[in-house]
Design a protein around this ligand. Structure first.
Ligand SMILES: NC(=O)c1ccc[n+]([C@@H]2O[C@H](COP(=O)([O-])OP(=O)(O)OC[C@H]3O[C@@H](n4cnc5c(N)ncnc54)[C@H](OP(=O)(O)O)[C@@H]3O)[C@@H](O)[C@H]2O)c1
Length: 336
């Protein structure tokens, strides 16, 4: 598979990566270990050698599963993108939100990217991932309680020690990216992006193109909605945070399915599923270096991976873009 370079670094990633959030179980109503390991292995076999994970995905579980799945596989044949800066263990940092763990116990989540925390987190991630380096180390969410310079001095130190190959950010706006660039040459910004969630096109994408950063697009299927399988009235498992999400109101599910109906003839023309069409379109959007696609099992991976062998014409890509531009969320669900 043709790999793409992340910014000025020598880290090469596959255009579609395995997103390992759902397999952690937390916020996704649980997950199956055997299925998760098979899914990661199936992705690797299909040529998807880039994996995105984070300590907070199942509180270490996602990284552990990645470590188990990749054990024995040549380390330089796959790329690990992981993150730091979420704190569920102590009440330090910037308060983020209240949550419950997989057993239903309440806790408070903080964003905390202090130097001390990052150095500790990196060691824990390396241990869980059974590796001695991380290809891309990303701050998970902006932490208003720590100076950005402190955060990235710590990451720079890890790069100099050979524990990290390149630095990235997630969920950063353009001001924060500019601030980070004063301390370190970040190579990517990981942000939400899908056919029905295109806010980053306003300023985040133009900035990435101008500064030579790769956009790492997350939730390209809008967490499953853009597969077309979710219908109004859908009931999720206990603890699945899609329930109550603004994209998952009955009205917005219907609007999304109307959009999918419009582009379904294009999918049919290529004998493709809607997921394959949606992912392929996202991979081809300006500034996008890598699209993170989550999957719970081998079947979903194999479905999604086939999008890589499909070559959409410019005309069809434009027709999908035009349909996406006609989409809007119901007024009451738009965050102002
Ligand atoms: N940096 C951040 O703050 C951040 C935030 C969110 C995500 N991410 C990263 O981005 C990755 C991808 O985003 P995401 O997991 O939120 O959403 P996504 O990729 O849009 O959706 C993934 C989910 O859709 C369903 N699905 C996937 N392929 C399918 C198929 N072929 N047929 C039917 N259902 C299918 C699965 O869930 P079900 O089977 O349960 O429906 C799967 O877990 C994450 O895993 C994570 O690595 C990062």
């Amino acid at each position: 598979m043709l790999l793409r370079k992340l910014g000025e670094s020598d880290v090469m990633v596959t255009p579609m990566a395995f997103g390992a959030w759902a397999i952690g179980g937390w916020m996704w109503g649980g997950s199956e270990e055997k299925e998760a390991i098979e899914a990661i292995k199936a992705a690797y076999i299909a040529g998807i050698t880039t994996i995105d994970t984070a300590p907070v995905y199942g509180f270490g579980r996602s990284e552990e599963l990645v470590g188990k799945a990749m054990e024995g596989i040549a380390r330089d044949s796959y790329q690990i993108l992981t993150k730091f800066g979420m704190n569920w263990e102590t009440e330090e940092g910037e308060y983020f939100f209240d949550s419950t763990d997989n057993d239903g116990n309440p806790f408070k989540m903080y964003k905390w990217a202090s130097k001390k925390k990052i150095i500790q987190e990196c060691e824990a991630s390396l241990r869980r991932l059974k590796t001695d380096y991380i290809d891309l180390y990303q701050i998970h969410w902006p932490d208003g309680s720590t100076p950005i310079s402190e955060t990235f001095e710590a990451v720079q130190q890890l790069i100099e020690q050979g524990k990290v190959r390149a630095a990235g950010v997630c969920n950063y706006n353009v001001q924060l990216v500019d601030e980070a660039l004063k301390t370190i040459q970040i190579v990517s910004n990981q942000v939400p992006y899908s056919m029905i969630n295109r806010d980053i096109e306003i300023d985040v994408v133009p900035q990435a193109i101008e500064k030579g950063l790769g956009i790492i697009a997350y939730s390209p299927l809008q967490r499953g909605l853009l597969t077309g399988k979710i219908k109004p009235g859908h009931k999720f498992n206990e603890g699945d945070s899609r329930e109550g999400n603004r994209f998952y109101t009955d009205e917005n599910i219907q609007r999304t399915n109307d959009l999918l109906e419009k582009i379904a003839p294009i999918a049919d023309k290529y004998d493709a599923t809607l997921s394959q069409l949606v992912i392929n379109w996202t991979i081809h959007r300006p500034g996008v270096a890598c699209v993170l696609v989550g999957a719970r099992n081998e079947e979903q991976v194999n479905d999604n991976a086939q999008c890589l062998s499909m070559s959409l014409t410019e005309e069809d890509l434009n027709a999908i873009t035009a349909a996406a531009y006609e989409f809007s969320l119901a007024e009451e669900s738009v965050v102002k």
